[in-house]
Structure formats: C-alpha cells, structure tokens
Write a protein that binds this ligand. Structure first.
Ligand code: PLP
Length: 400
C-alpha cells in the first residue's frame, strides 16, 4: 500500500507524526481523489441534466459514468439501481420514509439488530411512530455475535423489512448477512444492508448477496464527504414513492398533478453532488487498482496483529476478541474511562475514537460507558500499531 498517496498522513499532531486510526469515522483521501475534486471544479463545474451547453453536458456525462462506476463496484445489475444520496444516514432515512409509506401499516414489524448504528435505528423508529408499527431487535450471543436462532424466531407475517449492519462499527464483527438474507427471503421479507463499515474493507456483490437494498457513504471509502449511495433492486425501487420532492425527480409538474421521473432520478430531488460523484469514482478506481485481494489480506493481518499486541497488555479488555472482523477493534483499559485514554493518545499523535460510537443500545448492552476504537484503512501498517501500543502503555502508566 502506498502511504505517499495520502498527503494528510504527513501531518504532525502535537509535534508527533500522525497515526490515523479513526477510519471507521472517515477515511483519508488519496491525492487522486483530491486532484479529481480540483479538476472537476476547474474544468467542468456546471449543473447537470438540465443544460444544453457544453460544460453541463460534460458534467452530466461524468456524473452518469460515476454512477456506473458505483454499479460496477457493487456488481449491481444496472446503474438505474444506484441512487446518489448524502450518505448512509440519508440513504436509510430515504428508504425508511419511502418503503414505509408504501408497505408498512399499523401493527407491522421492522427488524434490526442490537449492534446497529443510530442511523439504522432512528429512521425505522420514526417510521414506527408514524405508522404505529413495532421495532423488533435481534439479540446477541454471549460472544457478541448475532443470535441467529432468535432472528429466525422473530420473523413473522408481520415483518415488513429486516435492516442490518454488514459490519459493526463498534465491534468490527462481520455479520452473517448471507444467512440473514436467505432466511428472510424464505419468508418473503426484503433485507436492507447497512454497508457503511463493510464497503471500505470487503468486496460487495449485491447480485450474489441478493440483498434488496444497501446503503453506504463515500467518505468512508476514501471518497469525498457529503455523498452516499442507496442501492435498491430495480423491481423494488419501481414500487416505491419518491422520498423527497423537487427538481430532477419529476417528469411533469402542474398544480393538479405531478408525475415522476424514471429510475434512479425519481429519488434524486435537487442538484446532486456531481463534483463529489466524480471524485468518488476516482476513489473506487483507486481501490480497484490496489486490488481487493491485497486490501483484504493486508487488513486481516493488521487486525490480527493489533488484536495480538493489545491482548498482550494485561489491563486491556478487547471486545469480541477472536471474532471475524473487518477494520475495527474496540477495547478498554480496566478501571479507566475510555475518554481519558483517548485524550492521552491524542497528545501523542494517535487518532482513535472513544465513546458510544453512535451505537448506544450496544454500549448499554455491554454495560460500559464506551470503548476506545482503533479502526484501520488500507494505508495503516504494523508501525502504526506499534506506535499505538507505545502510546497506550504510556497512557496506562499515567492513569493507573
Ligand atoms: N452505519 C454505520 C454502521 C456507520 O458506521 C455509520 C457511520 O459511522 C453510519 C451508518 C452513518 O454514516 P454517515 O454518517 O456517513 O451517514
């Protein structure tokens, strides 16, 4: 992996070289992506789809090529299935709004898991409040994996959708989404995958998975911030009403009646982030050029190394130790608040995240105030883990 592609890694923090281990929150951008942003604003900034003039046509073409790049990245059947959103949160809100409007009635049930990010809880809760529906939660086993027996038992004729994280943003656990999708489909229930934490670390094939919907954020996959994707099978998206109204999503508007645009534009009200989509396509090309096999192998080995090194410290407790993980390790120092450790690591140039990581139900389940989360990107290496360990031992020495 070429760290030199990521200029920010040269920064110093409190006069220490930066060790960036907060990739689950957002990933750093290679210079190819930074250059693409500059290039787009410099050479073809013009609003898309509505212009006859040259720049507008160039911008439109780039935006649609980027949509195709996302479709290829997810192995989607068609770029009609790729809706650009502002991020995972926006995608899940749009889905809850739109799917809920069409398919959820009083007494129906929505299924999520105990380890969801708030963005895969609250939009469904809002829907439940609106419609008088009920949120059901898949519990966890003692080792913090999903209780799949309980999952099967929760499903019923009332279940209208299952929405689950592919990878937990707190634990890093890779959930058995193939099984979840298969079991739900046996009962005719659609499944939405929150791929915010998996898309940066694992190749995704929506046709092979057979998921009905999937959400992701560009900024976690080395792309620009403020952009995301809602993937939906064409047959589902065709059945859903628009989540938002405005320009672009319409075919004709009159005060008596408005008709809607075709897919995917029906779901893209207003000016989309056509500069961001161009840069995101660069990020996806960057991943492709690096190669999934290399990325997965590198991050798996790095994760194992980090877990082994952290486990060697007697005061450290690792959550879901030994489970199959992607990109994330959460831990605590016994008897010390995670925030205090985070502050002392920061002072040594180590960027980790502490707290509930927008997953309060999981943190409450663990009965702790929060965790210290180290999360990796493709540019991290064993040297970063070694520096984390040195800084952590120093912090523990000061706090205990
Ligand atoms: N879902 C998961 C699992 C996440 O980790 C995150 C962000 O950390 C989100 C959803 C929300 O992503 P965004 O804030 O980019 O919308």
């Amino acid at each position: 992996m070429n760290r030199d592609d990521f200029p920010i890694l040269q920064e110093r923090v409190y006069n220490c070289p930066l060790v960036y281990l907060d990739n689950a929150a957002t990933a750093q951008k290679p210079k190819q992506v930074l250059d693409a942003l500059q290039y787009a604003y410099t050479h073809f900034n013009a609003n898309i789809h509505r212009g006859v003039h040259h720049l507008s046509q160039v911008a439109t073409q780039h935006h649609e090529e980027s949509r195709q790049a996302v479709a290829d990245f997810l192995r989607a059947r068609s770029s009609n299935e790729i809706v650009f959103t502002k991020g995972t949160t926006n995608a899940l809100n749009m889905l809850a709004q739109s799917y809920g409007e069409a398919f959820v009635r009083e007494g129906d049930e929505i299924v999520v898991t105990t380890m969801e990010h708030h963005s895969n809880i609250v939009p469904w809760q809002l829907l439940c409040h609106r419609k008088g529906a009920v949120l059901k939660v898949i519990p966890l086993n003692d080792n913090l994996t999903l209780d799949m027996q309980a999952f099967s038992a929760i499903l019923s004729q009332k279940t209208k959708i299952v929405s689950v994280a592919h990878v937990s943003n707190v634990l890093g656990i890779i959930n058995p989404i193939e099984d979840i999708i298969r079991i739900a489909h046996e009962r005719g229930i659609p499944v939405c995958i929150d791929a915010a934490q998996s898309a940066p670390h694992l190749p995704i094939d929506v046709q092979h998975l057979d998921c009905d919907f999937l959400a992701l954020s560009a900024h976690k996959i080395y792309g620009p911030t403020g952009l995301g994707v809602l993937y939906g099978k064409e047959e589902w998206l065709n059945q859903l009403p628009p989540a938002e109204g405005g320009g672009e999503m319409i075919e004709h508007v009159s005060f008596e009646k408005t008709t809607y645009n075709t897919l995917p534009y029906k779901f893209e009200a207003g000016t989309p982030d056509f500069i961001g989509s161009f840069a995101f396509a660069e990020a996806l090309h960057y991943l492709q050029d690096t190669g999934w096999e290399k990325i997965v192998e590198h991050e798996r080995e790095l994760g194992k190394y980090a877990e082994r090194r952290l486990a060697s410290l007697p005061d450290v407790e690792i959550y879901a130790q030994g489970a199959a993980k992607a990109g994330v390790i959460s831990f605590n120092v016994r008897g010390v608040h995670p925030y205090d450790v985070g502050v002392l690591l920061d002072r040594q140039g180590i960027a980790v995240r502490t707290g509930h990581h927008c997953a309060e139900p999981l943190i409450n389940h663990l009965g702790i105030p929060g965790t210290i989360r180290a999360s990796f990107g493709l540019y991290n290496d064993e040297g970063d883990i070694d520096r984390l360990l040195v800084a952590l031992e120093r912090a523990i020495g000061m706090l205990k």
